[in-house]
Design a binder for this molecule. Structure first.
Ligand SMILES: *Cc1c(COP(=O)(O)O)cnc(C)c1O
Length: 389
């Protein structure tokens, strides 16, 4: 591609996404449905483009975090089922119904609000009941002494006018962590969830259509937890140990080009705070990738980007819009050359580890001025930047 046209861009490989989707489908078997999590602008990959691809591939459901995210998809031609995982204000319930968006119901108070609004509007709101089995975030508490109360609350919600309880779900807190303790915790959550579902179904005298709980870790590793549908996010985008285990491909590659190169004598301080001092005659390149693009500032002096001639260390503080890299032993690398910030030859997992964070945070941090360039079969098929122009 013509790299000189762009400042800094994220290549989003839809062929890799498609490969990952098919590979996960193969892994879960053909009886289990697939919900793709596309919240947070599809983990920074662009929710519309990713959802279009998932829709055309035959995914069963999408999940987002808010009604704004859901409406973006509906306004852009996504017709498949969408579940909102977070809360929606009661004033917006008519829009949920009108645009056929499924809403999570997380407690009795919300159930009542949604029911009242749906009745007022004269429609039916499709809902999935959220059970809190140990994440301690959203959902009906059903642990220990709360069991009967939780189950009764869920049964009430399912019987409320204006609500159609299509599904029930829970979220695992440590399914992506190693060790016996984590495994036991997840198994406990899963068992509690099954107990709740069974008790509710007994009281209701009917079954839920969609019971789901498997996030990335469980989708990769815990087939017993699939129930009717899996709900992976990160796995789909091809990052992390589970993706590697399944042989999935990273969808995003972050690239930039070298703006300028200068040679400094020994003893020169580089960037804000003079955090780095050259220890010899040093050839420094400037790249237009800073913390306002999503380059975590804590990586200052600690991370290397990939050039055509190998890894080049970031020197000194990462600035808002750019940073400096050491090209001293790379005379063949020049102004205008492409640099891979993370991607197939410079894994995001390594970047996350050095930054003491997770790949999730890095892809979500990619900011709106970074062009998203979509590839299919190695060719650019679409490009967008989220600035008002
Ligand atoms: C974000 C989220 C997921 C996806 O998590 P991953 O770890 O990316 O697979 C699934 N379910 C819920 C409720 C979520 O909030």
């Amino acid at each position: 591609m013509k790299s000189t046209l762009k400042r800094t861009w994220a290549e989003i490989d839809l062929s890799a996404l498609s490969y990952n989707y098919k590979r996960i489908r193969e892994h879960i078997g053909d009886k289990v449905k697939f919900l793709g999590v596309v919240k947070a602008d599809a983990y920074g990959h662009g929710a519309v483009m990713i959802s279009e691809k998932l829709q055309s591939l035959g995914a069963d459901y999408l999940a987002v975090s808010s009604i704004d995210e859901a409406m973006e998809l509906r306004y852009n031609g996504i017709t498949m089922p969408i579940l909102i995982l977070g809360h929606t204000p009661r004033e917006q319930v008519d829009r949920l119904i009108c645009f056929n968006i499924t809403q999570a119901v997380t407690c009795e108070a919300k159930a009542i609000e949604y029911s009242e609004e749906a009745v007022k509007y004269g429609g039916t709101l499709k809902v999935h009941i959220k059970v809190d089995t140990g994440m301690s975030r959203l959902g009906y508490i059903c642990e220990g002494d709360y069991f009967e109360h939780g189950v009764d609350g869920i049964v009430d919600a399912c019987n409320m006018p204006g609500l159609d309880a299509e599904g029930i779900f829970t979220h695992f807190a440590v399914a992506d962590e190693d060790g016996e303790e984590a495994e036991e915790y997840t198994q406990h959550q899963f068992k509690l969830f099954c107990d709740v579902v069974n008790a509710v179904e007994d009281k209701l005298g009917r079954k839920f259509t969609l019971r789901h709980c498997a996030n990335t870790g469980a989708t990769a590793d815990l087939p017993d937890t699939y129930l009717d549908m899996v709900r992976p996010g990160l796995l789909l985008y091809g990052y992390g140990e589970f993706a590697q285990k399944l042989g999935l491909k990273p969808v995003m590659t972050m690239k930039t080009t070298i703006s300028t190169i200068k040679i400094y004598p020994e003893g020169t301080k580089i960037s804000y705070g003079g955090l780095y001092t050259t220890d010899k005659k040093t050839r420094i390149g400037v790249i237009p990738y800073g913390y306002a693009d999503g380059f975590l500032r804590c990586l200052s002096n600690r991370y290397s980007v990939m050039t055509s001639d190998g890894a080049a260390m970031v020197r000194g503080r990462i600035c808002m819009d750019m940073c400096m890299i050491d090209l001293t032993d790379k005379p063949g690398v020049g102004v205008g050359d492409e640099v891979e910030i993370f991607g197939p030859s410079n894994p995001i997992e390594k970047m996350a580890e050095i930054a003491d964070t997770i790949p999730y945070e890095i892809v979500c941090a990619v900011s709106k001025r970074v062009h998203r360039v979509y590839l299919w079969d190695g060719k650019v098929i679409h490009s967008e930047v989220m600035l008002r122009m």
